[in-house]
Design a protein around this ligand. Sequence first.
Ligand SMILES: [Zn+2]
Ligand SMILES: [Zn+2]
Length: 179
Amino acid sequence: MATKWMKTCNSCRFDNPEDSSKCNKCGVKIDKMDRDFVWRWFCPQCSGKNMGGNYTCFNCGFKRQKESGSNCFLTTTVCDILGKDDNCLTLSKMRAFRQNNLETNTDGRLLLKEYKEISSHIVPKILEDMNKVNLCRFLEQNYINPIIELIDSNQTESAISGYKCMVEFLLHKYKQPSP
Ligand SMILES: [Zn+2]
Ligand SMILES: [Zn+2]
């Protein structure tokens, strides 16, 4: 069962379709999460309205699907090779970013689906790379750390482009056809 998402206007509490950029009731712009609107989802089983961060319906206990796992395989692989653990700051921040900015909207979910596909090709190549530790240090310094800084300063779009650049770099390195 697919979960339907909506943007709840912070000014008037009206529930707008997930692709709205303006509130259909009071007309305010709803483009910035938390400031202008909050994500909520309709329970497909009982039509209960749930806060975006919750995975279980408050009313009937229905569990919505986590979108293609809650981890970024690529970043997880890099951190793993560098000996960082699963709860390190980098992975926690990436995970929160993913849950708040990508899993909650159609474009983000499409992107996650596409990148899940791509990482399933790239991750094995990284793992068998003789130079993987140096590669991962390079990725951390040139892509992952800057992305975390962008996440910290709420530059959502730039953080996403930074991630795309890292994927492009790896696709090029391992000569996978570009998506
Ligand atoms: Zn409104
Ligand atoms: Zn429910």
